[in-house]
Design a protein around this ligand. Sequence first.
Ligand SMILES: NC(=O)c1ccc[n+]([C@@H]2O[C@H](COP(=O)([O-])OP(=O)(O)OC[C@H]3O[C@@H](n4cnc5c(N)ncnc54)[C@H](OP(=O)(O)O)[C@@H]3O)[C@@H](O)[C@H]2O)c1
Length: 322
Amino acid sequence: MSEKQFTVAVVGATGAVGNQMISCLAEREFPVKGIKFLASHRSAGRQLRFKGELIAVEELNESCFEDVDIALFSAGGSTSKNFAPAAAEKGCVVIDNSSQWRMDPEVPLVVPEVNAHAVSQYTKKGIIANPNCSTIQMVVALNPIHKNYGIRRIVVSTYQAVSGTGKKAIDELFDQTRAMINFLNWENRVYPHRIAFNCLPHIDVFLDNGYTKEEMKMVNETRKIFEDDTIGVTVTTVRVPVFYGHSEAINVETKRPVSAAEVRGLLEKEPAVKVMGESGMTNPLQTVSTCGWWLTIFERAQPPMPFRLQRFWQENTYRAYV
Ligand SMILES: NC(=O)c1ccc[n+]([C@@H]2O[C@H](COP(=O)([O-])OP(=O)(O)OC[C@H]3O[C@@H](n4cnc5c(N)ncnc54)[C@H](OP(=O)(O)O)[C@@H]3O)[C@@H](O)[C@H]2O)c1
């Protein structure tokens, strides 16, 4: 019996995420019958390679989705807002990487390792949303703890690579670093301050509550994915001068007492999570060309707070959320 094959459109094919989507489709031998690369008019006609074949990028318009089974959108919120409903209307399953549909109650927000059951709700709008990259890596690690011990509160600080801002930001870190070590002038094109040899303790704009939009995405998306609005989530997001690989330091307070050894035992059973040995420690460079979530569990119980005893250091490979 032959495997079902799909015609796939990659919207934002020339971008940082689109590029990784294309390589993952090829490397994982996804059953592709046909593939379309879509981007803005700026890239129309540019050729991209898929399994050795050069394919011309087309300018995105609504008619591009005729006969497409799956559309992977990764071209910003406004592009998703304008084109995802039209694609879905043509019978295409849209998987959207932007923040546009994540909190829409009629759109499931899915991390396959955590809430694959939610996918079935995609029929309401024909769209499946993919969370923020920092949310994904955190919920994958915390899901087994939440299921077994109940999470009351999460305190997380992120150390996010420039890849999260897209291709222009990757170029900016490279250009500024090269300029600085050669005593040349540098400029800020993507970030408001220099990112080379610096850290920027805010990602996206500040909201009225004093948190940034990126921080509130992690709060709201975590609650939606865990289907639990009672979880307290405190987030500090920081952009760091790393090309690829987000890291997070996570402190978790559980409803029922849990030891670090129990958490280690639980997470070691998770196929997607690689738990480092007791003295092991990950870093973004080590994990960048792999695909998965790397976790270090610090065995630091805090005796006065028996329910608040884990601290994680977690690495997310760029490809893991693609
Ligand atoms: N980067 C990440 O790590 C990451 C992670 C999760 C989610 N996301 C989300 O994924 C999306 C893309 O991110 P990225 O990092 O890949 O950005 P990027 O490197 O800047 O790429 C943007 C892509 O969108 C296309 N595009 C822009 N405006 C368009 C329009 N009006 N019509 C059609 N295509 C258009 C661009 O095409 P041209 O080449 O023609 O300009 C390019 O292919 C964003 O919504 C982002 O929030 C990114």
